[in-house]
Design a protein around this ligand. Structure first.
Ligand code: IVH
Length: 705
């Protein structure tokens, strides 16, 4: 659907896609800004954003309350106090080659009106990919420290910063009364790998609330933005100081002297920083750093060049958000060649077969890489990637490595195009591609062990049933031992406690005290989850397209498990009232409805669900918030144009009063609110004897006056 131009979409399709885009982009935002674990490349993210904007431009009336276009990402996280920088923290313009750098120098000369004989002296500093911080010192004491945030306001992470060994609590020697010192917090590559490995081990052992990070930058950011400073203190974070914000007096006349002052005060300044007498020296430094890059202890993605004279910096000032006196000269994207050993096919929870390239390990700009994503079978065909090929790999910034191209001259004789399997590698069931789909899926459903294990993992995961202590490896073990084949089995483990305790690492011959508690702890965690919220329960079932947001919509609408189950069974009949009702839930489009119906249409799914329901009792979704109001528990349809408030606002209000808002009028509808130019829905309401309210009446009853 994504590929169709917005003009070709119907309003319903557009609404559905906007809902999906809002959820998807919000997910990527969370991953990027809150969890520091990006899930897509910048280009893919931008494409989603543009698609959203294009559809909104075509259907302005569908603009959602939670539309990504309404909120720029990266605002300060809620749980830290906000901290305003004395002067904004800027970003840098980029140069990608010598010509860009020459143009940067020419612009400085033009702006300052310098004669030809005047040389430009620069300081070059390796550009580390970490996160920048602003450190306020008053009378030489560290007072406050903040992340960059949106450049004007960041997050106050003072206590966390105090735990960094390279941050002086007190400046040694004379200093301005008040000064903001800026620098980069980062993690070294080796420290990052060791830290990540340790995290992975703990996660595999079932520990909760931990994660691995995609790269050192995210690890540094995630570590600094901990609510508990004690955790930050355990992370191997370093700090290089390199810039100045607001200051009560100028501490130096040149940037190079300022760096010397920073060292005197007790900061670490990157020892590779160098004073460069002219632009030619800068170009040579660039070459030198590009060559040194792979051997450095930390990732760098370029070199920052700053004009040395601070009086010139002051005259040059800023354009937009970047200074005219500094530039980041980036290195070209990191590439390397290696050979493709095989293509593995992984089977996901919904049966999707995903290819993954396994290559001869290779160093791509300082990171050892042996896996790359190949996305899907069309992508393999398009690039014509074959086993044994020499491939060009690229690692661009945060993104998972990609295979850019194949070196055809090196292709071994007699190679054949990769034949994508048409059966599932885990259960041998047919794997099929639906019309218009790019993904091939295993049809084995519940008999497919790969899907079963993935579904079980999903079922117990944090946002689903949240069973602590059931990590990936433990689920696999329980499955392999034949104790858990379906979600219900998890709740029938207690009689097997003695057997489980015999397993290595599960208790009996415990070498570590925490092992002896493993089985009782696990069983207690399971017991504590017998009454999940209905929305978690629905999400945990792992039905295709039923993510957290849709699960919530369903739970709110149907309220109880028996009501939902009955409605889904009835909705299998096209044209039935139940099907209409399902389709009328805002946010549940026809494709989602179909997935639900398909799930309930499969007897094995229903059997597994009913079996589970003998062990688990989902809690009914909360009743109306204002239980006594006229709309509590009632269903409501808005039609026509409302004059005093938007549809979204009206709907939000109605929902807060405990009403469910649907799109179509049926016998079950309690109220129809008619705005201007209301059409068939108003007529239908009349016909069915449903109570019709004018906008004014609705406002009155909704307490809007
Ligand atoms: S100076 C106006 N110096 O690059 C000066 N920034 O794109 C702006 N960075 O957010 C900052 N190393 O995180 C400066 N030696 C360095 C740097 C550096 C890395 C990062 C910093 C900033 C970004 C600007």
């Amino acid at each position: 659907m994504r590929s169709r131009p917005p003009e070709a979409l119907t309003e319903a399709e557009a609404a559905e896609e906007l809902a999906a885009l809002a959820a998807e982009i919000a997910g990527h935002n969370r991953a990027y800004y809150e969890q520091d674990a990006p899930t897509v490349s910048d280009a893919e993210y931008d494409a989603l954003f543009r698609r959203n904007a294009a559809i909104e431009a075509r259907f302005p009336e569908l603009l959602r309350e939670d539309s990504p276009s309404r909120r720029p990402g990266g605002a300060a996280a809620e749980h830290f106090a906000k901290s305003r920088h004395g002067v904004p923290m800027l970003s840098l313009d980029n140069a990608f080659d010598a010509a860009d750098f020459t143009e940067f120098c020419a612009r400085i000369r033009r702006f300052l009106g310098l004669p030809a004989e005047e040389v430009l002296r620069f300081v070059g500093e390796p550009k580390i990919d970490g996160l920048s911080v602003n450190l306020l010192y008053e009378r030489g004491r560290f007072r406050r420290g903040a992340t960059r945030g949106d450049g004007t306001v960041g997050e106050d992470v003072t206590e966390n910063l105090r735990s960094l060994r390279s941050l002086p609590q007190r400046l040694a020697g004379p200093c301005p009364d008040s000064i903001e010192i800026r620098g980069e917090v980062f993690m070294e590559k080796a420290e990052f790998l060791a830290f990540n490995a340790q995290q992975a081990e703990r996660i595999a052992a079932g520990e909760r609330g931990l994660r691995v990070f995609a790269n050192p930058r995210n690890a540094a950011a995630g570590s600094l933005r901990q609510l508990d400073p004690g955790i930050t203190a355990q992370r191997p974070l370093k700090l290089f100081a390199y810039a100045m914000g607001a200051a009560s007096e100028a501490p130096a006349a040149t940037h190079w002297d300022y760096l010397a002052r920073l060292r005197d005060w007790g900061f670490e300044v990157n020892p590779l920083s160098r004073l460069l007498p002219d632009a030619e020296a800068a170009a040579e430094f660039q070459q030198e750093m590009a060559a040194a890059r792979a051997g450095l202890a930390y990732d760098i993605d370029g070199v920052v060049y700053k004009l040395d004279r601070l009086d010139w910096q002051a005259r040059l000032g800023f354009v937009g958000r970047a200074p005219r006196w500094a530039i980041a000269w980036k290195f070209p994207a990191e590439q390397a060649t290696t050979t493709l050993e095989r293509i593995e096919i992984q089977v996901g929870r919904t049966g999707a077969l995903t290819p993954r390239a396994v290559m001869q390990p290779v160093n791509v700009g300082g990171v050892i890489v042996m896996h790359a994503t190949l996305h899907n079978e069309d992508e393999i065909a398009r690039k014509d990637v074959r086993i044994g090929d020499t491939v060009v790999l690229q690692r661009a910034g945060d993104v998972i490595p990609q295979i850019v191209s194949v070196v055809l001259e090196k292709r071994p004789a007699g190679s054949t195009p990769f034949a994508f399997p048409e059966t599932c590698p885990a259960c041998s069931s047919h794997a099929v591609r639906g019309p218009g789909e790019v993904v091939r899926r295993c049809t084995g459903g519940l008999i497919c062990p790969a899907q079963t294990v993935e579904r079980l993992r999903h079922f117990v995961s944090r946002n689903a049933m949240d069973i602590e202590g059931l990590g990936e490896e433990n689920i696999q073990k329980l499955f392999d031992e034949g104790l858990v084949r379906s979600p219900a089995d998890i709740f029938r483990l207690a009689p097997h406690a003695a057997r489980m305790r015999q397993w290595e690492g599960w208790g009996a011959k415990a070498k570590r005290p925490e092992e002896s508690k493993k089985v009782p702890n696990l069983l207690a965690a399971i017991e504590s989850r017998r009454h999940p919220a209905l929305e978690r329960f629905i999400f945990a079932l792992g039905i295709r397209r039923i993510g957290e947001a849709n699960a919530k919509l369903l739970a709110r609408h149907y309220r109880s498990f028996p009501a939902w189950r009955e409605a889904m069974l009835a909705a299998r009949v096209i044209g039935s009232e139940a099907r209409e009702e399902l389709g009328s839930i805002q946010g549940i489009g026809p494709a989602i409805a179909q997935e639900l119906v398909d799930f309930f249409d499969e007897p094995r799914n229903l059997a597994a669900l009913d079996d589970l329901a003998t062990e688990v009792t989902p809690e009914a979704a909360p009743a109306a918030t204002e239980a006594d109001g006229p709309f509590a528990g009632r269903s409501l349809v808005f039609t026509g144009t409302l004059e005093t408030l938007t549809r979204d606002e009206a709907q939000a209000r109605a929902e807060s009063l405990g009403a469910k808002v649907t799109k179509s009028v049926s016998k079950k509808t309690d109220f129809v609110v008619v705005g201007a130019d209301a059409g068939s829905k108003a007529a239908k309401a009349q016909e069915l004897g449903v109570r019709v309210l004018s906008e004014a009446e609705w406002r009155e009853m909704a307490g809007l006056g």
